[in-house]
Each structure stands twice: as C-alpha cells, then as structure tokens.
Design a protein around this ligand. Structure first.
Ligand code: GRG
Length: 307
C-alpha cells in the first residue's frame, strides 16, 4: 500500500485521529492475520475479539504523533510499529478481564473474549500476542530502515514497559492492593507501572524511530509518564462518575474495592491533578524542543474524554 497522503497540519483532531486510526487498524489486521495460521481456531477467534474490537487506539496514536513531532511522517511500517504496542495492550486487557483477575464480563460495550471463547483459549491466545508484539516491533523497525542500535532500543522500550518493571509489575501491585486503602505515593507508583509505562513506551518509541537525540528520549519519558498518570486519574474520575453503559465496561473500581484517585482526592481534586499532570507533560515537550502540536492535543483529549 502507498504511504497515506499527509493531512493538513490544521485539520481538526477528530479528522487526524480517524485518519491514523485507519492506518493502525489495518496494521493490527495484518498482525492478527499473520499470527492466525500458527494458532488453533478458538485461539484465533479470541485474538480477533481482543485485538480487533475497537478501543481508542491511544497508544499507537501517541507513537504516530510522537514520530511526527520529531519529523517522521506516518507510513505502513510506522503503523506496524505502532500496532506492536496495541498488541501488548490488547493481551493485557484479555488477561485483566479473566476470572482469576478482574472477572469482567463486559469491555468496550461487548462481552469479553473469555466469556465467548473460554478462559483457556483466551489466556493462551493472549500469551501468544506477547512474543508476536516483539516480533512485530522488530520487523517493522527493520522495514523502517532504523540503524541496529535504534531497532534494539525500540524493542527494549516495548518489552521493558510490558514486563515486571512496567505493566506486569503494576498489575501485581494492583492485585496485592485490592481491599486495602493505598496512600497517594503507592497509588502513583502502581499506576506509573501499570498504565504509565505502556503509554510512555510509544512516546519514546516514536521519538527513537524519528531519529531523536538521547536527551530528547529522556524528555519523552517525562512526557509519557505525566500523560499516563493523567490518563489514569481521569480513568478513575470516569469510573466514579459515568455509567457502565457509557464506559462499556464492568465491574467498576468500587465493585473491586480498588484504591482510586477519586477516593483520595475527590472528583474535583482528581480533575485538578490530571490538569496539572497534563501541564507537566506539555513542559516535557518544551524541554524536548518540539512543538508537538498533535501530542499536545492528545494530552488535552485525555482530560476531556468521555470513555
Ligand atoms: C500476569 C500479573 C500478570 C499480569 C498480566 C493483565 C496484565 C498483565 C496487566 C493489566 C494491565 C492493565 C489492564 C492496565 C489497565 C490500563 C488501562 C487504563 C486500560 C484501559 O485503556 P484504554 O482506555 O482502553 O486505552 P481502550 O479500550 O480504549 O483500548
């Protein structure tokens, strides 16, 4: 497929998001259909349900916007790289919803994969996505003709964010914290790992793929962590204020007896914290020396989102 034509820089955010979502969704379809021949049919169905069932695609969109901020425009291999992050996100949701974790019947307004295809198929299909994501990241960074050191750095960022020092470590803290009131520092550490790491990785991966300097990578770590925490704070606000129908998911944090920013700070206090975090994210873009117009818009989108 030819590279997509660039959008006008002043196109509305909705147009920008729809345009790149299309590229990301095509990349996800390529990734899933390439994996399918190696899987039994019931696993493939669980993979399709987990990966191709919508969602905001925020993580891959951050990667594309970050790459653009540093001067690399979207292309098929860049969408593939972006899709590798979403494959990890998709597996994490499939596993998070299993009976041994949150035991969730509904996500994105649909029955969760294990309720349709079984716990065993969903657990195994989710596990198959982890190495496939690494493979997809390595393959796409090669197709982007990145120098070897940057190819390694891109895959490292993804796997570090997904692993024990990132999302899996955060999930462990989350499960251990259920039924216990966490202090703000503990809650922030949990979410820096559980949610922040996988929102930071695409910001950094996009910068690496676009040839950013090491100092700029560090600034993008700051951007991603602030944005990731803002995202989670707003997730808690939505969880406390919107219905299961609007959010398309259940159970709620309250049902699971989880500590939340709303319990600690109240709804207004949590909103102010999220705004402050978004300002910090924008200051990191200033430090990186990039305008990052779309990244700034995405940051504000995180504050304004309704689901
Ligand atoms: C084996 C201990 C162990 C862990 C496995 C399950 C797991 C790894 C990690 C869970 C990570 C997790 C579910 C984090 C939640 C992050 C989050 C806020 C998800 C919702 O993200 P959105 O709103 O979802 O971007 P959409 O539906 O838009 O894609």
């Amino acid at each position: 497929m030819a590279d997509p034509s660039p959008l006008p820089v002043d196109s509305p955010l909705d147009t920008y998001l729809a345009h790149h979502r299309h590229g990301v969704d095509r990349a996800l379809l390529r990734a899933v259909e390439s994996l399918a021949p190696a899987l039994p049919e019931s696993w493939t169905q669980a993979v399709r349900a987990g990966v191709l069932s919508g969602g905001k695609r925020l993580r891959p969109l951050i990667l594309v916007a970050s790459s653009e901020a540093f001067g690399r425009t979207a292309s098929e291999p860049l969408y593939d790289l972006a899709a590798s992050v979403e494959l990890i996100h998709a597996y994490s949701l499939m596993h998070d919803d299993l009976p041994c974790m949150d035991d969730a019947p509904l996500r994105r307004g649909r029955p969760t994969p294990h309720t349709r295809f079984g716990v065993q198929a969903t657990a195994l299909a989710g596990a198959a996505l982890i190495p496939w994501a690494a493979h997809w990241a390595a393959r796409s960074s090669e197709a982007l003709a990145l120098p070897e050191s940057r190819r390694i750095a891109v895959v490292d960022e993804l796997l570090d964010a997904a692993g024990a020092g990132g999302m899996v470590g955060g999930q462990a803290l989350d499960l251990m914290g259920e039924g216990r009131a966490l202090a703000e520092a503990e809650l922030s550490q949990l979410h820096r790992l559980k949610t922040g790491a996988l929102l930071t990785a695409p910001a950094v991966m996009g910068a690496i793929a676009a040839g950013a300097s090491e100092d700029q990578w560090q600034s993008m770590v700051g951007f991603g962590l602030s944005l990731g925490l803002a995202f989670q704070v707003m997730d808690d606000v939505l969880d406390a204020t919107a219905s299961a129908e609007t959010l398309g998911k259940e159970p709620s944090d309250a049902d699971l007896e989880k500590s939340t920013y709303v319990l600690l700070l109240g709804v207004d206090g949590a909103r102010r914290t999220a705004q402050d975090l978004v300002s910090r994210a924008e200051a990191s873009l200033d430090r990186a020396g990039v305008e990052g117009h779309r990244l700034r818009q995405l940051s504000r989108f995180v504050l304004d989102r309704q689901h």
